[in-house]
Design a protein around this ligand. Structure first.
Ligand code: SF4
Length: 448
């Protein structure tokens, strides 16, 4: 395959993308205004191989990567547009965008403290230990992506709100922590996108797990990544592509499970020769590829899209894993699908695929107490209810116990749901004691 060189575009240079000539003046203005608040980055693969430019207004990948007017509420849009018109002063623009950003729930109160472990009295800022068996690690060199998703709940990490960034420079502390916590069997490398790292840096993080004197109890290494959909050349022709694959092989030969938690939002992302070849190469190393995405209005809010996506993934030897509910931050108002509709979409998609695709779980909300799945809508003693359960819980004992919330056709997140029977959900007292009143807030730690 011919090598293709990565080229990124953002607000500063997107006008030089030849296809951008097709955009209306209004679409360009939306990009200018909205990308002053939310991060914007796209690359030549997404532009040349994924977007249908003749139909960009309805194109899911255009919507996934190019800022859209509706991502800002009208008063925020007008404020930002007004600031840009009023003055060329970049500091003034930044002040205006920061004022808007803090109103977009960039990082819910108190949650930064909830999941961050300590060792020898020192907080490990690049780690989150939310569930007993799994530690999330945010390598400092993996805090960006090949392209940015417009809906991304990690947006504060990419717009220079530094105090919101989880990152850790050293692996030593990570290893020390894992040696001490033998209950941790899974480590998830996340970001940004860890696959943005060059091979040498990435290897530094992985090598300690492959050493003979490794005293951690890590049995699975997961890598959360959208590189297969945004830059498959990472595994094909980029410098270090073969080294990555050899390292993957060393991990699996060592008896450690290696799982790429691949983020695919639309079946289109699975169609190119590049992504299909990259998947094949990764699979040959013995690694698994598990797939996940949020359910997003304008992008994938139809059951046919999900059914097609799961089928294609299975045909490519990937394992459908999660459908998530979009998070309570940033442009949630633009992308959110109600819980009731999410379940309908889920159900119809699930009914339309064979058992082999039904490894997937959802729709699932990653909130502070755990991952809550909407099992469905039902009626109990004449009352319409949501049936819910924890797929993951802060307290492992909460997992897999069904519980009920009053049906609310407008609800989009756990925090507005009320218990259907009694005054509180079964886990609420314990969760409030440990995490305070805001325990439903979404986590920066994402899908996991
Ligand atoms: S959703 Fe993932 S790939 Fe997309 S911008 Fe956010 S961190 Fe990057």
């Amino acid at each position: 395959m011919t090598a293709i060189k990565y080229k990124a575009y953002s607000l500063n240079n997107y006008l030089s993308i030849p296809q951008v000539e097709k955009l209306s003046a209004r679409a360009k203005r939306n990009i200018e205004v909205v990308s002053h608040v939310f991060p914007f980055k796209v690359n030549n693969y997404v532009i040349d191989e994924l977007i249908d430019w003749d139909n960009y207004e309805n194109d899911p990948i255009f919507h996934l990567t190019f800022p859209q007017e509706g991502m800002l509420l009208p008063h925020h849009y007008n404020k930002m547009a007004g600031a840009l018109e009023q003055s060329p002063d970049k500091i003034f623009h930044k002040e205006t965008s920061n004022k808007i950003r803090v109103q977009l729930n960039p990082h819910p109160a108190g949650q930064q403290e909830h999941n961050i472990p300590e060792i020898d009295g020192q907080k490990l800022m690049g780690l989150q230990h939310k569930y007993r068996e799994t530690v999330l690690f945010f390598p400092s060199s993996g805090q960006t992506c090949h392209s940015y998703c417009t809906f991304c709940f990690r947006w504060p990490q990419f717009v220079g709100m530094e105090e919101l960034k989880f990152a850790m420079k050293e692996t030593e502390l990570l290893i020390k922590y894992l040696e001490k916590h033998q209950e941790v069997t899974d480590i998830l490398f996340t970001g940004g996108d860890p696959m943005i790292m060059n091979f040498k840096v990435f290897q530094k993080y992985i090598e300690p797990f492959l050493e003979d004197d490794n005293k951690t109890n890590i049995q699975t290494i997961r890598i959360g990544t959208k590189s297969l959909s945004f830059w498959p050349y990472k595994f094909l022709t980029d410098d270090g592509a073969d080294d990555f694959l050899r390292l993957f092989e060393r991990i699996t030969s060592k008896g450690i499970n290696l799982a790429l938690m691949a983020h695919f939002s639309h079946p289109r992302e699975l169609d190119t020769q590049a992504v299909q070849e990259a998947i094949k190469r990764i699979k040959r190393t013995g690694a698994q590829i598990r797939t996940q995405s949020p359910l997003l209005k304008h992008i994938n809010d139809k059951p046919e899209i999900w059914a097609e996506m799961w089928r294609k993934q299975v045909n490519l030897n990937c394992i459908p894993y999660y459908m998530f509910v979009v998070r309570d931050t940033g442009a949630q108002h633009h992308f959110a699908v109600t819980l009731a509709d999410s379940w309908e979409i889920w159900r119809k998609a699930y009914q339309n695929v064979s058992g082999i695709c039904r490894t997937v779980r959802g729709p699932s909300m990653s909130c502070t107490p755990g991952k809550v799945q909407v099992l469905g809508v039902s009626e109990i003693n004449g009352e319409k209810v949501f049936v819910l359960r924890f797929l993951q819980g802060r307290n492992p004992d909460w997992v897999a116990r069904p519980f009920f919330a009053k049906y609310d056709e407008d609800a989009i997140w756990m925090d507005t749901l009320e218990p259907a029977f009694g005054d509180s959900f079964f886990f609420e007292e314990e969760a409030e004691m440990v995490y305070g009143e805001n325990y439903y807030d979404p986590q920066v730690s994402s899908f996991e």
